[in-house]
Design a binder for this molecule. Structure first.
Ligand SMILES: Cc1cc2nc3c(=O)[nH]c(=O)nc-3n(C[C@H](O)[C@H](O)[C@H](O)COP(=O)(O)O)c2cc1C
Length: 381
């Protein structure tokens, strides 16, 4: 695959689909129910138009920006994703080393297939830890203490998976963690020998951060995660001394309450349409959340971002920083580390051109003013 080039997310997706076992591709690509929320996420961003400006000196552009007190090489990073090494052997390690190379954050899931300490090291301190709360709050706090001891300074508490949703493609494919080999899977893996042989050599991945997940991981994966409430958030705020963000928020009322509870930021996200098929397109929720929390409160956005222009649009709609999920895994599935590097580079170049087209020199200057219809992003709460 060394000669294959990836010029955009669609290239990466197409190649990944060919190269990955169907079960693994569907695990990444799929969403809840009829997958309408996932489709709307990208479609709604695609429909947003930017207004080109001319005769502004836009030489000497910069794409770096400070977010939560840290200098980021680019205005986007890698969303936390569980079980990435099932998607492609060594995917976590590739995500971490590319995060270090581009000076961007990589989310490390509670359900990651690599230990959080290793991810922090490999990412050269760029990793953000993502917390899921299963039944035991004490176990969650212990995990948080472990992340602090490893050096993490950013914690994302994900609150939109109160229960794992029904993802129909996964059900049809018999997707199971750790995966079980039946006849159907055997055929799927036999047709994708590179994935299968590398996985055989490297060992079948399993969740590495949460002891309870190491036993019957699928039972735990499907178990209730609905016990985290406002009181838990308060206790977590007391326990975790660094930046705390709450991920998976769409309601402006929730956003305001989270800010008042003392979180340092919010991630506006519908989990890439993987949890509630009837959820709004995440980008449509962003302006109202921004209006509720005020202009200075740190907001991350994800769900449906597929290009560099999409990143700029999310910033214009009110985000301070943007995460991409599936595209990063498509790129690895398509062509490993080289694939991911090509995709990140393509996104960087798109953002750079979009800045120049909208008359801006710095990514930190992006505002609703570059939208064709600026009123889209200035909803009052
Ligand atoms: C394969 C996969 C696994 C994911 N696992 C997690 C997870 O463990 N924790 C979490 O907070 N979000 C998880 N997410 C959601 C992402 O962090 C992010 O919200 C979503 O992918 C963004 O949408 P996009 O894929 O359209 O960019 C996962 C997403 C995918 C595609």
């Amino acid at each position: 695959m060394a000669g294959r080039s990836i010029f955009d997310t669609e290239d990466a997706r197409r190649l990944a689909k060919r190269r990955m076992p169907r079960m693994m591709f569907d695990f990444v690509d799929g969403a809840v129910g009829s997958e309408l929320a996932a489709q709307l996420n990208s479609e709604a961003i695609r429909q947003i138009r930017l207004c080109p400006r001319v005769l502004v000196n836009v030489d000497g552009r910069t794409l770096s920006k400070t977010f939560l007190g840290e200098e980021m090489g680019l205005p986007f990073g890698i969303a936390p994703m569980g079980m990435c090494n099932l998607v492609w052997p060594g995917a976590d390690q590739i995500l971490a080393s590319q995060a270090a190379e581009h000076k961007i954050p990589v989310g490390v899931s509670t359900a990651a297939s690599t230990r959080l300490e290793e991810m922090y090291e490999r990412s050269e301190g760029r990793a953000w830890f993502q917390l899921y709360v299963y039944q035991s709050h004490e176990a969650a706090f212990e995990l948080v203490d472990r992340a602090a001891a490893a050096g993490y300074t950013k914690l994302l508490l994900t609150v939109d998976v109160t229960q794992l949703s029904r993802r129909v493609r996964d059900l049809r494919n018999g997707f199971h963690v750790p995966f079980k080999m039946g006849l159907r899977q055997f055929a799927d893996f036999a047709l994708h020998p590179t994935w299968s042989l590398t996985t055989l050599v490297k060992g079948v991945p399993s969740p590495q951060n949460y002891d309870a997940l190491k036993g019957d991981a699928n039972a735990t994966r499907k178990a209730n995660r609905g016990s985290a409430d406002w009181d838990f958030l308060k206790r977590l705020r007391d326990r975790w001394k660094h930046s705390l963000l709450v991920k998976g928020v769409l309601s402006p009322d929730d956003a305001l309450k989270i800010k008042q509870t003392g979180a340092d930021g919010i991630s506006v996200s519908n989990h890439g349409g993987r949890q509630l098929d009837s959820a709004p397109a995440a980008i449509h929720a962003l302006p109202a959340v921004r209006a509720a929390v005020g202009s200075d409160f740190p907001l991350v956005f994800d769900s449906g971002v597929r290009s560099g222009e999409d990143v700029v649009k999310a910033l214009a709609m009110g985000a301070d920083f943007v995460l991409l999920g599936r595209p990063m895994l498509y790129a690895i599935g398509a062509n490993g580390e080289r694939g991911l590097n090509q995709l990140i580079e393509a996104l960087r170049q798109d953002i750079d051109v979009a800045l120049s087209q909208t008359g801006l020199r710095a990514v930190s200057d992006v505002s609703a003013g570059i939208l064709q219809d600026p009123s889209m992003a200035t909803l009052k709460d």
